[in-house]
Design a protein. Structure first.
Length: 188
């Protein structure tokens, strides 16, 4: 069914929160949205009904308020029933969670950008990706070709023990970071 849509600018004070919106927007997310808006502008409108009730874009509204903005770009959807409005609120949030992130592609893009100032990612995470070292936590350098096994000798045993001691002395401790996708703390 084709709906009548109207895109325009309105005062933020005209917008009403959807009662019982199940999507929670933590302060960290609101600040990230606000920072993105500062950098790129409001590139997605807030979706409202004909009564200016926010259906999609509650986080954007909060970010605009956080920034002290007076106006917002909106798209008005006319003719929705109460049931359709509730379904849209739920479906819009749920559909966004159905995607997944290909972290290999994310890392490739981060390396191409080469910048530790990407909204939503910690500088530590970005730095670890950009300045990747091939040596793992066990001291194995994957960039080097595989060594051919040498014959076992008593001298080799002593050298192996010394090498193990050096590796253990230089082992990196586990690090924790915040996952840029889910926001949970993970250990690497």
């Amino acid at each position: 069914m084709k709906r009548k849509l109207e895109t325009k600018k309105v005062l933020l004070s005209e917008l009403k929160e959807f009662p019982g919106n199940p999507n929670v927007h933590p302060e960290e997310q609101v600040k990230a949205i606000a920072e993105s808006m500062e950098r790129y502008g409001q590139y997605y409108p807030i979706i409202v009904d004909e009564n200016m009730m926010v259906l999609c874009g509650h986080g954007k509204k909060k970010a605009l308020e956080y920034r002290g903005e007076k106006e917002a770009s909106i798209t008005v959807m006319y003719g929705l029933t109460d049931k359709e409005k509730k379904k849209l609120v739920l479906e819009d949030n749920k559909i966004q969670t159905m995607s997944h992130v290909n972290f290999g592609d994310v890392e490739k893009i981060i390396k191409e950008i080469g910048d530790v100032d990407i909204i939503g990612f910690t500088p530590e995470y970005l730095d670890a990706i950009i300045n990747e070292v091939s040596t793992d936590n066990m001291g194995v350098n994957f960039a080097e070709p595989v060594k051919k096994e040498e014959q076992f000798t008593p001298e080799k045993k002593v050298a192996d023990i010394q090498e193990v001691d050096e590796i253990e002395a230089g082992m990196q401790t586990a690090r924790t970071m915040v996952c840029p996708h889910c926001g949970k703390e993970i250990t690497i």
